[in-house]
Design a protein around this ligand. Structure first.
Ligand SMILES: NC(=O)c1ccc[n+]([C@@H]2O[C@H](COP(=O)([O-])OP(=O)(O)OC[C@H]3O[C@@H](n4cnc5c(N)ncnc54)[C@H](O)[C@@H]3O)[C@@H](O)[C@H]2O)c1
Length: 342
């Protein structure tokens, strides 16, 4: 197979590239990425010497750029990770979310149809289902997104359905749970808190920290997406989860232990997402398990290893946390609640 992977200069996409090369499933792998604030060329450094790897700097919503890469590289399969991914940023400004997460996948699917691509995998999220008090979401649950981010992702999922029904475009959707591991941009809960705790800075816990998330290790998530690329049925969606539900409070306890800090660094703040902060996510994953996938990493060990990775890889994240863009975002979003603890 000759694979186009979009958005692989980000977190999960880069681990997916690792999984593809380790399993020797592609004779060629081209990455297309816009290098937005969360895309990082240094994340792709480990693939540079591989002669099956090629990088293209372009946007997924650019029809000519995508079509050129597909033709030049004789691409047969596409996996789309390119996205605006941070809920909190979507609350500050949602426009880029719709452009990339809805128009971007629409453009990829149009190119895929015209160029007779054999399969497209669109990477989505459990957040498209909204929040669930008890029980679990299945792939048949209604899409009831609650934030501008999750609504833009649901729009992308619906484009996939529409392209499959209207033109028979062979597209499969994956919906993964909250993902953790190395190379995650330090704005999401785990790397944001870990990097701040390493620096002995206060961390902002929304409310009581009682929100429940289903966490999955990035490598398990990437391997699930690879299994869907190889075995997934076009027109279907596949939940990818680890049955591992934790409150944010639980996560913070482990982060404090692993960084050797105490609870005085945790500052409870009013929830900036207001009513849009989903209380609980939980997914049924029978469908992907029938394809032969199951998660392999144990959460608590995986989380502790992740914190150690951030301790040991300051050279990767320090240039990000020292950048003007990052400082401005943190000040805009947390300035009012963290005040002098910023
Ligand atoms: N991180 C999670 O917990 C999680 C959970 C479930 C699903 N997902 C989904 O997985 C996918 C990848 O998430 P991530 O956490 O790796 O994201 P990320 O923010 O780390 O990376 C996103 C990548 O997309 C690129 N990008 C953004 N806009 C682009 C555009 N218009 N054209 C081309 N490239 C563009 C960025 O430069 C970056 O490299 C997303 O679709 C996300 O919704 C993430």
């Amino acid at each position: 197979m000759r694979l186009l992977v979009t958005g692989a200069a980000g977190f999960i996409g880069s681990h997916f590239v690792d999984a593809v090369f380790e399993n020797e499933v592609a004779e060629r792998l081209a990455v297309l990425d816009a290098l937005t604030y969360s895309g990082n060329l240094s994340t792709l450094e480990r693939f540079r010497s591989n002669d099956r790897f090629r990088f293209y700097h372009a946007r997924v919503e650019d029809p000519a750029a995508v079509a050129n890469v597909v033709r030049d590289e004789h691409i047969t399969h596409i996996v789309n990770f390119a996205a605006e991914t941070h809920n909190d940023r979507s609350i500050l400004d949602s426009s880029a979310f719709l452009t990339t997460n809805a128009i971007g996948i629409d453009n990829l699917l149009t190119v895929a149809r015209r160029e007779s691509i054999a399969k497209v995998v669109h990477v989505s999220t459990d957040e498209v289902y909204g929040s669930i008090g008890s029980g679990r979401f299945t792939e048949k649950s209604p899409l009831e997104p609650n934030t501008p981010y999750s609504a833009s992702k649901a729009a992308g999922d619906l484009q996939c359905r529409a392209h499959f029904v209207t033109w028979g475009t062979p597209v499969v959707v994956t919906r993964g749970g909250n993902t953790y591991g190395p190379y995650q941009f330090p704005e999401k809960l785990i790397p944001f808190f870990a990097t701040r705790l390493i620096d002995a800075k206060k961390v902002p816990l929304y409310g009581e920290g009682s929100q429940v998330r289903e966490w999955i290790h990035v490598r398990d998530h990437a391997e699930g997406i690879l299994q869907v690329l190889l075995e997934g049925c076009p027109g279907e969606a596949y939940n990818i989860g680890d049955d591992n539900e934790r409150t944010n409070r639980d996560i913070v306890r482990i982060l404090l232990e692993e960084t050797g800090r105490d609870a005085s660094l945790v500052k409870q703040i009013p929830d900036p997402r207001g009513g849009a902060h989903d209380a609980r996510y939980s997914m049924e994953t029978l469908r992907i398990r029938k394809l032969g996938w199951s998660p392999k990493r144990v959460f608590e060990q995986g989380l502790r290893d992740t914190v150690r990775w951030y301790v040991q890889n300051e050279a990767w994240w320090r240039p990000i946390t020292e950048s003007e863009e990052y400082k401005e975002y943190v000040a805009n979003y947390y300035g009012r609640t963290l005040g002098s603890d910023l």
